[in-house]
Design a protein around this ligand. Structure first.
Ligand code: AMP
Ligand code: ZN
Length: 113
């Protein structure tokens, strides 16, 4: 539900977050419980539940969100040697928040898949 969704609340400014950048279609924030030196979340402003809800109409938006990782890599020294992109899909895929998001991880990735 969009009303109770934590990421929708962050996008509406009702819950605070550490914003890294913002575009008309998405925001990038710091993950509150980082699993690497740099752990960011790329989140569409539209409440889309998971990757399963994407279709060809939204393919451009998905591409744009993936490509922003190149910009993020320039911003963070820890990503100079590379970084990890992860998308959890559904409960079985480890998705806890039912608002699509892309994890951007860099620095100290040991232990991550
Ligand atoms: P996932 O398991 O893919 O659904 O990941 C959800 C991520 O959101 C986790 O890494 C959480 O640490 C992160 N998270 C949860 N609440 C917040 C919040 N209020 N601000 C920033 N990140 C959050
Ligand atoms: Zn939402």
């Amino acid at each position: 539900m969009e009303k109770e969704c934590i990421f929708c609340k962050i996008i509406r400014g009702e819950v605070s977050s550490e914003k890294i950048l913002e575009d008309e279609d998405f925001i990038v924030i710091k993950d509150i419980n980082p699993k690497a030196d740099v752990h960011l979340l790329i989140i569409p402003k539209e409440h889309i539940t998971s990757l399963r809800e994407f279709n060809s109409e939204k393919a451009d938006m998905l591409g744009k969100m993936l490509l922003v990782s190149k910009e993020l890599a320039k911003k963070f020294d820890q990503a100079k040697d590379g970084y990890k992109i992860a998308i959890n899909v559904g409960k079985g895929g480890g998705q806890i928040i039912d608002h699509f998001h892309i994890h951007f991880l860099a620095g100290n990735l040991t232990g991550l898949p």
